[in-house]
Design a protein around this ligand. Sequence first.
Ligand code: PEP
Length: 248
Amino acid sequence: MTIIANLKMNKTNSEIKDYIMKLLSRYEKGKHEVVLCLPFTSLTTAKFLIDGSDVKLGAQNLCDDESGKNTGEISGEMLHDIGINYVIIGHSERRTKYKENAKAINKKIKIALKNRLKVVLCVGESLADKNLLKTFETLKTQIEDALKGLYENELENIVIAYEPIWAIGSGKIPLAKEIEGSIKAIRKVIANDFSEKASQKIEVLYGGSVDNKNCNTIAKIKEVDGLLVGGACLDAVNFSQLIKDVKV
Ligand code: PEP
Protein backbone atom coordinates (compact mmCIF):
# COMPACT_ATOMS: atom_id res chain seq x y z
CA MET A 1 0.00 0.00 0.00
CA THR A 2 0.98 3.59 -0.50
CA ILE A 3 0.49 5.75 2.59
CA ILE A 4 0.93 9.46 2.02
CA ALA A 5 1.11 12.02 4.82
CA ASN A 6 0.01 15.54 3.93
CA LEU A 7 1.38 17.73 6.70
CA LYS A 8 -0.11 20.87 5.08
CA MET A 9 1.15 24.15 6.62
CA ASN A 10 2.17 22.56 9.91
CA LYS A 11 5.51 22.31 11.73
CA THR A 12 8.60 24.43 11.65
CA ASN A 13 11.87 22.97 10.45
CA SER A 14 12.92 22.13 14.04
CA GLU A 15 9.60 20.41 14.64
CA ILE A 16 10.00 18.40 11.44
CA LYS A 17 13.44 17.20 12.61
CA ASP A 18 11.85 15.90 15.79
CA TYR A 19 8.90 14.43 13.85
CA ILE A 20 11.13 12.47 11.45
CA MET A 21 13.40 11.16 14.21
CA LYS A 22 10.36 9.90 16.15
CA LEU A 23 8.79 8.38 13.05
CA LEU A 24 11.97 6.63 11.90
CA SER A 25 12.66 5.16 15.34
CA ARG A 26 9.29 3.35 15.15
CA TYR A 27 9.27 2.67 11.44
CA GLU A 28 9.35 -0.78 9.85
CA LYS A 29 11.14 -0.71 6.52
CA GLY A 30 9.61 -2.23 3.41
CA LYS A 31 6.06 -2.68 4.65
CA HIS A 32 4.44 0.14 2.70
CA GLU A 33 5.45 2.96 0.35
CA VAL A 34 5.42 5.84 2.86
CA VAL A 35 5.58 9.38 1.53
CA LEU A 36 5.88 12.51 3.66
CA CYS A 37 4.55 15.61 1.92
CA LEU A 38 6.15 18.43 3.87
CA PRO A 39 6.26 22.22 3.75
CA PHE A 40 8.91 23.43 1.27
CA THR A 41 11.01 24.82 4.14
CA SER A 42 11.72 21.34 5.52
CA LEU A 43 12.34 19.32 2.40
CA THR A 44 16.14 19.59 2.34
CA THR A 45 16.45 18.89 6.07
CA ALA A 46 14.11 15.92 5.70
CA LYS A 47 16.05 14.59 2.71
CA PHE A 48 19.16 14.44 4.86
CA LEU A 49 17.32 12.79 7.78
CA ILE A 50 15.57 10.04 5.78
CA ASP A 51 18.79 8.96 4.07
CA GLY A 52 19.12 5.18 4.36
CA SER A 53 15.41 4.61 5.00
CA ASP A 54 12.84 3.81 2.31
CA VAL A 55 10.61 6.77 3.25
CA LYS A 56 9.94 9.06 0.29
CA LEU A 57 9.43 12.81 0.25
CA GLY A 58 6.82 14.89 -1.48
CA ALA A 59 6.00 18.56 -1.92
CA GLN A 60 2.45 19.87 -1.56
CA ASN A 61 2.49 22.09 -4.63
CA LEU A 62 4.64 23.41 -7.48
CA CYS A 63 4.45 26.31 -9.94
CA ASP A 64 2.48 25.98 -13.18
CA ASP A 65 5.37 27.66 -14.99
CA GLU A 66 8.83 26.22 -15.58
CA SER A 67 11.03 29.09 -14.37
CA GLY A 68 11.53 32.84 -14.29
CA LYS A 69 9.17 35.61 -13.27
CA ASN A 70 7.04 33.83 -10.66
CA THR A 71 7.82 35.54 -7.37
CA GLY A 72 7.21 33.27 -4.41
CA GLU A 73 6.82 30.08 -6.41
CA ILE A 74 8.79 26.80 -6.47
CA SER A 75 9.50 25.00 -9.76
CA GLY A 76 9.43 21.32 -10.64
CA GLU A 77 13.12 21.48 -11.49
CA MET A 78 13.93 22.85 -8.01
CA LEU A 79 12.06 19.97 -6.38
CA HIS A 80 13.73 17.35 -8.53
CA ASP A 81 17.12 18.91 -7.88
CA ILE A 82 16.83 18.38 -4.11
CA GLY A 83 15.74 14.76 -4.55
CA ILE A 84 11.99 15.03 -4.06
CA ASN A 85 9.99 12.07 -5.36
CA TYR A 86 6.34 13.15 -5.23
CA VAL A 87 4.18 16.25 -5.49
CA ILE A 88 0.53 16.72 -4.54
CA ILE A 89 -1.44 18.50 -7.25
CA GLY A 90 -5.06 19.65 -7.22
CA HIS A 91 -5.73 19.37 -3.49
CA SER A 92 -9.19 20.79 -2.75
CA GLU A 93 -7.66 23.46 -0.48
CA ARG A 94 -5.68 24.76 -3.44
CA ARG A 95 -8.62 24.49 -5.83
CA THR A 96 -10.87 26.49 -3.50
CA LYS A 97 -8.70 28.81 -1.37
CA TYR A 98 -6.08 29.53 -4.01
CA LYS A 99 -8.43 29.38 -7.01
CA GLU A 100 -6.33 26.77 -8.78
CA ASN A 101 -8.21 25.97 -11.97
CA ALA A 102 -8.25 22.95 -14.25
CA LYS A 103 -5.82 24.52 -16.73
CA ALA A 104 -3.24 25.25 -14.02
CA ILE A 105 -3.60 21.73 -12.62
CA ASN A 106 -3.02 20.24 -16.07
CA LYS A 107 0.08 22.43 -16.56
CA LYS A 108 1.43 21.52 -13.12
CA ILE A 109 1.05 17.81 -13.86
CA LYS A 110 2.97 18.15 -17.12
CA ILE A 111 5.76 20.10 -15.44
CA ALA A 112 5.97 17.59 -12.58
CA LEU A 113 6.24 14.65 -14.98
CA LYS A 114 8.85 16.44 -17.07
CA ASN A 115 10.90 16.81 -13.89
CA ARG A 116 10.50 13.16 -12.94
CA LEU A 117 8.22 13.83 -9.99
CA LYS A 118 5.42 11.39 -9.21
CA VAL A 119 2.09 13.19 -9.15
CA VAL A 120 -0.52 12.69 -6.44
CA LEU A 121 -3.59 14.05 -8.21
CA CYS A 122 -6.39 14.88 -5.77
CA VAL A 123 -9.97 14.69 -6.97
CA GLY A 124 -13.26 14.63 -5.10
CA GLU A 125 -16.79 15.91 -4.95
CA SER A 126 -18.22 18.64 -2.75
CA LEU A 127 -21.17 17.96 -0.46
CA ALA A 128 -23.42 19.83 -2.90
CA ASP A 129 -22.23 17.57 -5.76
CA LYS A 130 -22.88 14.51 -3.60
CA ASN A 131 -26.37 15.66 -2.66
CA LEU A 132 -27.16 16.34 -6.32
CA LEU A 133 -25.86 12.84 -7.19
CA LYS A 134 -23.12 14.44 -9.27
CA THR A 135 -20.13 12.65 -7.71
CA PHE A 136 -19.21 10.59 -10.79
CA GLU A 137 -19.75 13.55 -13.12
CA THR A 138 -17.43 15.72 -10.99
CA LEU A 139 -14.76 13.03 -10.86
CA LYS A 140 -14.93 12.55 -14.64
CA THR A 141 -14.52 16.27 -15.32
CA GLN A 142 -11.68 16.69 -12.81
CA ILE A 143 -9.75 13.69 -14.14
CA GLU A 144 -10.27 14.48 -17.82
CA ASP A 145 -9.24 18.12 -17.34
CA ALA A 146 -6.19 17.15 -15.29
CA LEU A 147 -4.93 14.42 -17.63
CA LYS A 148 -5.62 16.23 -20.92
CA GLY A 149 -2.78 15.70 -23.44
CA LEU A 150 -0.97 13.00 -21.45
CA TYR A 151 0.27 9.74 -22.96
CA GLU A 152 -0.77 6.44 -21.42
CA ASN A 153 2.77 5.57 -20.33
CA GLU A 154 2.86 8.78 -18.25
CA LEU A 155 0.10 7.40 -16.02
CA GLU A 156 2.74 5.16 -14.44
CA ASN A 157 3.88 8.27 -12.58
CA ILE A 158 0.44 9.37 -11.48
CA VAL A 159 -1.37 8.30 -8.35
CA ILE A 160 -4.96 9.45 -7.97
CA ALA A 161 -6.20 10.35 -4.50
CA TYR A 162 -9.97 10.22 -4.16
CA GLU A 163 -10.75 12.81 -1.49
CA PRO A 164 -14.40 13.77 -1.08
CA ILE A 165 -14.18 17.43 0.00
CA TRP A 166 -16.85 16.93 2.68
CA ALA A 167 -14.78 14.15 4.25
CA ILE A 168 -11.58 16.19 4.63
CA GLY A 169 -10.96 17.04 8.27
CA SER A 170 -14.63 16.48 9.12
CA GLY A 171 -14.53 13.06 10.77
CA LYS A 172 -17.08 11.94 8.16
CA ILE A 173 -16.26 9.02 5.89
CA PRO A 174 -18.22 7.73 2.89
CA LEU A 175 -19.67 4.24 3.15
CA ALA A 176 -17.34 1.50 1.94
CA LYS A 177 -19.59 0.89 -1.05
CA GLU A 178 -19.46 4.62 -1.90
CA ILE A 179 -15.64 4.64 -1.82
CA GLU A 180 -15.58 1.50 -3.95
CA GLY A 181 -18.12 2.99 -6.38
CA SER A 182 -16.23 6.26 -6.76
CA ILE A 183 -12.92 4.53 -7.36
CA LYS A 184 -14.56 2.26 -9.94
CA ALA A 185 -15.90 5.41 -11.61
CA ILE A 186 -12.37 6.85 -11.62
CA ARG A 187 -11.02 3.68 -13.24
CA LYS A 188 -13.82 3.80 -15.82
CA VAL A 189 -12.73 7.29 -16.90
CA ILE A 190 -9.15 6.03 -17.28
CA ALA A 191 -10.37 2.98 -19.22
CA ASN A 192 -12.39 5.16 -21.61
CA ASP A 193 -9.70 7.79 -22.13
CA PHE A 194 -6.63 5.54 -22.09
CA SER A 195 -7.10 1.77 -21.80
CA GLU A 196 -8.56 -0.96 -19.62
CA LYS A 197 -5.01 -2.01 -18.73
CA ALA A 198 -4.13 1.51 -17.58
CA SER A 199 -7.32 1.70 -15.51
CA GLN A 200 -6.39 -1.45 -13.61
CA LYS A 201 -2.76 -0.44 -13.19
CA ILE A 202 -3.22 3.09 -11.89
CA GLU A 203 -2.99 3.44 -8.12
CA VAL A 204 -6.01 5.04 -6.49
CA LEU A 205 -5.83 6.13 -2.86
CA TYR A 206 -8.55 7.23 -0.48
CA GLY A 207 -8.18 10.42 1.58
CA GLY A 208 -10.48 12.22 4.02
CA SER A 209 -10.63 11.71 7.81
CA VAL A 210 -8.47 8.59 7.79
CA ASP A 211 -7.33 7.92 11.36
CA ASN A 212 -5.80 5.26 13.58
CA LYS A 213 -9.19 3.62 14.14
CA ASN A 214 -10.46 3.39 10.57
CA CYS A 215 -7.23 3.07 8.54
CA ASN A 216 -7.20 -0.70 8.18
CA THR A 217 -10.93 -0.96 7.43
CA ILE A 218 -10.58 1.63 4.67
CA ALA A 219 -7.38 0.06 3.36
CA LYS A 220 -9.23 -3.25 3.00
CA ILE A 221 -11.96 -1.78 0.79
CA LYS A 222 -11.80 -3.30 -2.68
CA GLU A 223 -10.24 -0.89 -5.18
CA VAL A 224 -8.32 1.10 -2.50
CA ASP A 225 -4.56 1.00 -3.18
CA GLY A 226 -3.51 3.31 -0.37
CA LEU A 227 -4.34 6.20 1.92
CA LEU A 228 -3.75 9.95 1.97
CA VAL A 229 -3.67 11.12 5.57
CA GLY A 230 -3.97 14.71 6.81
CA GLY A 231 -4.80 15.37 10.47
CA ALA A 232 -3.83 11.89 11.67
CA CYS A 233 -0.27 12.20 10.36
CA LEU A 234 0.63 15.21 12.49
CA ASP A 235 1.69 13.22 15.53
CA ALA A 236 4.69 11.06 14.60
CA VAL A 237 3.89 8.37 17.18
CA ASN A 238 0.26 8.06 16.06
CA PHE A 239 1.24 8.10 12.42
CA SER A 240 3.86 5.39 12.85
CA GLN A 241 1.19 3.31 14.60
CA LEU A 242 -1.24 3.98 11.73
CA ILE A 243 1.38 2.70 9.27
CA LYS A 244 1.75 -0.48 11.38
CA ASP A 245 -2.00 -0.92 11.66
CA VAL A 246 -2.52 -1.02 7.91
CA LYS A 247 -2.22 -4.76 7.38
CA VAL A 248 -3.19 -4.99 3.71
C1 PEP B 1 -6.21 16.00 3.21
O1 PEP B 1 -6.55 17.18 3.36
O2 PEP B 1 -5.52 15.67 2.22
C2 PEP B 1 -6.63 15.03 4.20
C3 PEP B 1 -6.56 13.77 3.89
O3 PEP B 1 -7.02 15.54 5.40
P1 PEP B 1 -7.67 14.77 6.66
O4 PEP B 1 -7.04 13.42 6.76
O5 PEP B 1 -7.38 15.64 7.82
O6 PEP B 1 -9.14 14.66 6.38
